[in-house]
Design a protein around this ligand. Structure first.
Ligand SMILES: Cc1cc2nc3c(=O)[nH]c(=O)nc-3n(C[C@H](O)[C@H](O)[C@H](O)COP(=O)(O)OP(=O)(O)OC[C@H]3O[C@@H](n4cnc5c(N)ncnc54)[C@H](O)[C@@H]3O)c2cc1C
Length: 413
């Protein structure tokens, strides 16, 4: 019997477990997760009003419930067990810990209150236990920096009125906070031109359907080119010519490079340098940077250039990597599935049975240390409790602390 450990239960870790189980009939697979709940950014990144995207958890959950696959939640590698201990217990270890750290711009004022990375902001409205601090309350103008779909998510969540979040699983306290913001302007700013923007047509077009917000493009922007996204932007401009202004205006800016966050004790404006020369200052009490993410160390294993150095998924003898931890923060959920197929083939082909202790050895070590591990039935109890306590217009009310998650298991067992 070969024993595999996967560190991280996001889509990359779950898809890899699925593939390894198919390829290695003799394998037992432990998926180790620092939180008591699985699915990584599908639960804590994907927008709460995009439940059709989140529906992939049904597929991932089936994987974690299989016979030879074991969910080991509430166990952090580097805190509860070391990487070297895992390498002694398992025939191969695969790191699938994602890229949870917001990339920084490295400009003046980045630490001012009111300046947030998208990981912090998205984690807050998605009820991630690590990100409970609310953004400022008196936001009239927000600046969202970045031209990918994460930036579009952030703009949409800021712009929607409460009724438009029906059916979602947004954190109720975050929703109440957002609903009370006196927000009137949301600026979305890209460094390059409109033709180079990374957002996709569907996500962009959704901004043209919001109840209280109207999308437009800043004067002077060049919208020449032939892409579906440019068509949508031109459509925003054309539609606005015939309409009254709305309570919230969303303005797209292109060719502006962030130069400084400006303010005495809190954010007051964001200064940009313009591609053709000169500077522009946009007033803002909230700025959210959506410029990418970096991996953080997994115990002794340190990332370089934001991800773990590897050769086609192999880091070292018996040690592999997949997902955002392998390739950096790019690609969609299905990208992790196709990558997992390749990495699983390699792991299955290169790993021999060393007669190691695997899951039993890990269980003994965790018991000795008094670590409370959460298995698949425990996660299902949390899942059921979150759905049961959801108000009528929500699909789920997440617990936002680890203690509350663990208490939900105790209540149901
Ligand atoms: C804001 C946002 C919105 C997105 N929206 C979409 C979308 O709509 N559609 C789409 O297709 N893609 C979307 N994506 C991309 C998608 O979420 C990623 O492709 C995918 O989640 C990457 O998977 P992963 O498993 O590599 O990382 P993650 O999903 O981050 O999973 C990593 C897991 O590892 C765990 N972990 C970390 N360190 C440790 C440790 N030391 N010990 C144990 N466990 C650990 C974490 O808790 C986490 O559960 C979005 C991403 C973001 C950031």
């Amino acid at each position: 019997m070969r024993h595999f450990a996967i560190v991280g239960s996001g889509p990359a870790g779950c898809y890899l477990a699925d593939q390894l189980q198919r390829l290695a009939a003799d394998a037992k697979i432990d998926v180790i997760e620092r939180l008591p709940v699985p699915f990584g950014l599908v639960r804590y990144g994907v927008a709460p009003d995009h439940q059709s995207t989140k529906a992939v958890v049904r597929v991932l959950d089936k994987v974690l419930g299989r016979d030879r696959i074991n969910f080991v939640g509430n166990v952090e590698v580097g805190r509860d067990v070391s990487l070297d201990e895992l390498l002694r217990l398992y025939d191969a270890v695969v790191v699938a810990t994602g890229a949870p750290l917001d990339r920084r711009l490295g400009i003046a004022g980045e630490s001012l209150p009111g300046v947030l990375g998208s990981g912090a902001f998205v984690g807050w409205y998605n009820a991630h236990p690590d990100w409970r601090a609310a953004p400022p309350a008196a936001v009239r103008s927000a600046v969202v920096i970045g031209n990918g779909n994460v930036a579009i998510d952030v703009v949409r969540i800021l712009a929607k009125e409460a009724a438009e979040m029906a059916g979602s699983d947004i954190d109720p306290a975050a929703q109440a906070h957002l609903a009370a913001l006196p927000i009137a302007e949301i600026h979305i700013v890209g460094r390059r031109g409109a033709a180079d923007a990374k957002f996709t047509q569907h996500e962009l077009a959704e901004l043209g359907t919001l109840a209280r917000a109207r999308a437009s493009v800043a004067e002077g922007a060049t919208l020449a080119g032939d892409t579906p996204e440019l068509d949508v932007l031109r459509g925003f401009v054309a539609a606005n010519a015939a309409r009254e202004p709305a309570p919230v205006s969303i303005v797209f800016h292109f060719g502006l490079t962030p130069a400084a966050f400006v303010g005495e004790s809190a954010l007051e404006a964001v200064r940009f340098s313009r591609a053709g020369g000169g500077t522009v200052e946009l007033p803002a009490q909230l700025a959210v940077t959506c410029i990418g993410y970096e991996s953080v160390a997994c115990d002794r294993l340190a990332p370089s250039s934001g991800r773990f150095a590897n050769e086609d998924g192999r880091i070292d003898e018996g040690l592999y990597v997949t997902g955002w931890a392998k390739r950096g923060p790019s690609g969609t959920i299905p990208t992790n599935r196709s990558e997992a197929q390749q990495v699983a083939k390699r792991v299955a082909a290169e790993t021999v049975d060393h007669g190691r202790a695997g899951a039993e050895g890990l269980a003994a070590l965790l018991a000795e240390r008094g670590v409370r591990r959460v298995g698949h039935p425990g996660w299902r109890s949390i899942d059921a409790a979150e759905q049961a306590r959801a108000p009528a217009d929500r699909c789920r009310h997440k617990f936002d602390t680890v203690a509350a998650m663990l208490a939900a298991i105790a209540d149901r067992s």
